[in-house]
Write a protein that binds this ligand. Structure first.
Ligand code: EPZ
Length: 379
């Protein structure tokens, strides 16, 4: 693979920011928006709720919600999108209620939402569960010291959104530090909500006025560090050289560090990342963690890179109990991998891979299957 391509806006920033657009009655003009199915599903849900949406360009969205029509997101759409959980925080803050079907998404593990529900309870939200629905209501959100059971990305984002219209100060710890959490907080600050500490493990929201914002917002989303890491790994796997423009160069430290360990030659010429294959690729360990360490979303990508690297690599994803679900399919393509348990695998390389008929449980794994010789049909 060789040439150059522009990196899209971050999927995991676009989804919370679209949900957060409910926290102003003003107009939100969003640019560097990724043109992907998850965004289209979120827009359909928001239109259902009462949002007025214009799309002057595939990477540009103008959304305004002067009035909320209903606070039950469409269950069929919610089941397609894990990030629909983020509408709960925004709807509870805006309307005092949300009736949410259990969110769907990639089959990579149980993905409980207990941390979200516990954060809402601490903010004064009453919860009733009926079949697969969560009925969340509150007369008044109360600012509190919230302790999250996990450093959960979307639970942090939900708690921040709900706290924007709580009475008094809210402190959230341990908060997730991912770049998309920081981008959401920046977007909310533009609405006038007072948020400090984004990017650290303690975020503080102080809104004494607890009035819904009416401000119009202009916001350019950050670029996607996972897409950047995916294409960079693809360049090494295919022994190529690429230039990635519009790359989030300030959010790539753990990714560049790991790809260099595999033997890649990477250099930053802001705002581009240049990636070049050098002979030979050498095995490296892959241990995912919460930010700023290696994102779990790159684990499937790095496993495929490990199959093309000389030596033995240990892959360890402690976060999801089924995120190695693609390993059997990769073995069918010729990889030499031992699955030790649901969280660890040992890869011996390099091995030649060939195309085949495979199933991918995880969007992140799918992207890399398509890189090998021979046709690969993935569903
Ligand atoms: C977000 O999901 C991302 N999605 C996921 O990206 C990403 O894999 C995940 O964060 C982790 O970085 C969006 O932002 C829309 P979690 P989220 O609640 O918030 C366990 C993709 O491919 N965990 O942080 O749902 C937890 O139980 C998607 O773009 C711990 O055990 O993830 C859950 O099973 C997939 N301990 C899993 O990790 C912790 O300290 C993810 O939790 C934190 C989490």
């Amino acid at each position: 693979m060789s040439g150059r391509v522009a990196i899209s806006g971050s999927k995991n920033a676009a989804l919370p920011i679209l949900a957060a657009s409910l926290l102003t009655t003003g107009r939100c003009h969003l640019t560097n928006m990724p043109d992907i199915d998850d965004v289209n599903v979120m827009l359909k849900i928001l239109a259902d709720l009462g949002s007025q949406i214009k799309r002057p360009h595939r990477h540009e969205i103008i959304i305004a919600t002067p009035k909320i029509r209903l606070s039950t997101p469409n269950p069929q759409l919610v089941q397609r999108l894990r990030a629909s959980i983020l509408l709960a925080g925004a709807l509870i803050a805006r309307t005092g209620q949300c009736r949410l079907f259990h969110p769907g998404g990639c089959v990579i593990g149980r993905r409980p939402i207990d941390t979200h529900l516990e954060a809402f309870r601490q903010l004064g939200v009453a919860l009733r569960q009926e079949d697969n629905y969560y009925q969340l209501t509150t007369k008044q959100l109360r600012g509190r010291q919230i302790f999250l059971d996990e450093v959960s990305v979307t639970a942090t984002e939900n708690a921040v959104m709900a706290a924007c219209l709580a009475r008094g100060k809210t402190t959230i710890t341990p908060a997730a530090c991912e770049p998309h959490v920081v981008d959401l907080c920046l977007f909310l600050q533009k609405m006038g909500y007072q948020i400090s500490g984004a990017g650290n493990h303690t975020i503080v929201i102080t809104t004494n006025n607890k009035q819904l914002s009416t401000i119009n917002i202009e916001h350019r989303l950050i670029s996607d560090e996972v897409e950047t890491g995916t294409l960079a790994a693809a360049a090494l796997i295919t022994k190529g050289k690429i230039t990635l423009d519009n790359a989030p160069v300030d959010n790539l430290a753990s990714i560049i560090h790991k790809l260099r360990q595999f033997g890649g030659r990477l250099s930053i010429k802001k705002p581009s990342l240049i990636v070049e294959y050098t002979e030979p690729l050498t095995a490296a360990g892959v241990q995912v963690d919460t930010w700023p360490r290696l994102p779990t979303d790159l684990q499937p990508v790095l496993t495929v890179l490990a199959t093309q690297s000389r030596g033995t690599s240990l892959i360890h994803d402690w976060m999801y109990e089924r995120r190695l679900g693609y390993i059997d399919e990769l073995v069918k393509m010729g990889a030499s991998i031992t699955l030790c348990d649901p969280h660890r695998a040992i890869v011996a390389g390099p091995t030649k891979l060939s195309g085949g008929q495979i199933i991918s449980p995880d969007i992140r794994a799918f992207l890399l299957f398509t890189l090998h010789y021979g046709q690969t049909y993935c569903h």
